[in-house]
Ligand binder design. Structure first.
Ligand code: NAP
Ligand code: G4F
Length: 341
């Protein structure tokens, strides 16, 4: 019989790709989305999965709402992707971030415990939990050192998943996912902000890009591949926690350079600190400026993941690496902007 999955946060980047993947595997997919005056289904439309998903209004701030949703839909698997997922906002809204990203996990797990403890559970944990990194590269056993309210909230959800596994034998897995990006990434995250801005600059729709800390390094992979790892975790005979990463890291600066290079523009860096600028090496025009408003009160300087366990136990490994990822994103934004004219 076809399996049934319930995805919280279906309107987000990973929710869209995971729905697409589960359909290829013959699942019935219920997609939890929160009510807003104008729902936000653009990612589901881009992947052409909106009509196949059975959409259910669910807010992970409301336990009763979750219980009724699971009673009605009877899922075999729940993927908890819903979160206030933007680190920068978590400094401005730490209480709300804790309610959604931390306590939200308790609500989902309690609903599972009450409705059917045999439901398999995936928790979207994050490499942000490694924060001020204690070892390089980071693996499942690396001690955590969260550097933001977001990361601290994710750490709560991570340990709660382990706690429910040990206390109530719930099949709960935490995927410790390093940054994963795509053309469906929210525009507020640095990769998509850059790919969109570079495409606009190339097409003459924007003058320059304003950016924060360009020296931060991330291990950036392709979201479409990372959702495969989520699904694989729930197909194992025993639950466990896994790092998914590419085991390569690059700075924001490198991301910007490669994005421009792809469009045929070469950037040259001038000046230092907040006065640093990126200029077009041919025309001398300023293309990149630093704006300190994008600096964070606590920064994660570098992340680098070791996915050895995922490769060994899940057979998962990344295929799209940094340069190809940048190119996929810039190309898609060029097409979008050209089409919108
Ligand atoms: P995303 O695009 O920001 O999506 C987050 C989703 O959560 C959206 O659908 C959002 O709905 C929903 N949501 C927020 N508050 C909610 C609430 N109170 N009730 C119900 N839904 C709510 O994030 P993503 O990149 O797909 O990431 C998926 C998950 O993985 C998140 O938990 C994120 O923290 C985690 N993660 C992401 C990465 C990454 O690099 N992408 C890495 C590690 C972990 P709206 O559309 O209404 O806002
Ligand atoms: O793209 P970011 O906002 O992603 P961040 O903070 O790494 O978080 C993302 O990945 C996590 C996994 O490690 C997820 F858990 C989380 O939900 C989210 O998906 O920022 C990346 C880096 C940071 O160091 C930031 O300071 O880019 C730097 N940055 C520099 N200028 C900027 C900017 N970030 C943003 N968003 N905007 C800028 O203008």
């Amino acid at each position: 019989m076809a399996k049934t999955a319930f995805i919280t946060g279906v309107t987000g980047q990973d929710g869209a790709y995971l729905s697409e993947l589960l359909f290829t595997k013959g699942y019935r997919v219920f997609g939890g989305y929160r009510r807003t005056s104008s729902p936000n289904f653009w990612r589901l439309d881009e992947l052409n999965v909106r009509n196949d998903i059975e959409l259910v209004e669910v807010d992970i701030l409301d336990t009763g709402n979750l219980i009724r949703a699971f009673e009605k839909t009877k899922p075999d698997e729940v993927y908890n992707l819903a979160a206030q997922s933007f680190v920068a906002v978590s400094f401005e809204k730490p209480v709300l971030t804790g309610e959604i990203t931390a306590i939200g996990v308790t609500r989902v797990l309690e609903a599972i415990r009450i409705v059917n403890p045999k439901i398999k559970f995936y928790q979207a944990s994050s490499s942000e939990m490694f924060g001020k990194v204690r070892e390089i590269p980071q693996r499942e056993s690396t001690p955590f050192y969260p550097r933001s309210p977001y990361a601290t909230a994710k750490l709560y959800g991570h340990w709660l998943t382990i706690n429910y596994r040990e206390s109530y034998s719930i099949f709960g897995c935490s995927g410790i996912l390093f940054n994963h990006e795509s053309p469906l990434r929210g525009i507020e995250f640095v990769t998509r902000k850059v790919s969109d801005a570079v495409a606009r600059i190339k097409l003459g729709r924007q003058d320059y890009l304003e950016i924060g800390n360009m020296d931060a390094k991330r291990d950036w992979g392709y979201a479409k591949e990372f959702v495969e790892g989520m699904w694989l975790m729930l197909q194992r005979p025993e639950p466990n926690d896994y790092v998914l990463a590419t085991n390569e890291n690059h700075s924001v600066r490198e991301f910007i350079e490669h994005a421009f290079t792809y469009t045929g523009i070469s950037v040259q860096w001038k000046g230092t600190g907040v006065n640093e600028t990126g200029v077009d090496s041919k025309s001398g025009k300023t293309l990149v400026k630093i704006n300190p408003k994008f600096f964070r009160p606590g920064e994660v300087d570098q992340l680098l993941g070791d996915y050895t366990l995922a490769k060994k136990e899940l057979g998962w490994e990344p295929r799209v690496m940094f340069k190809e990822l940048v190119e996929i994103m810039v190309q898609r934004d060029l097409e979008r902007i050209q089409r919108s004219s």
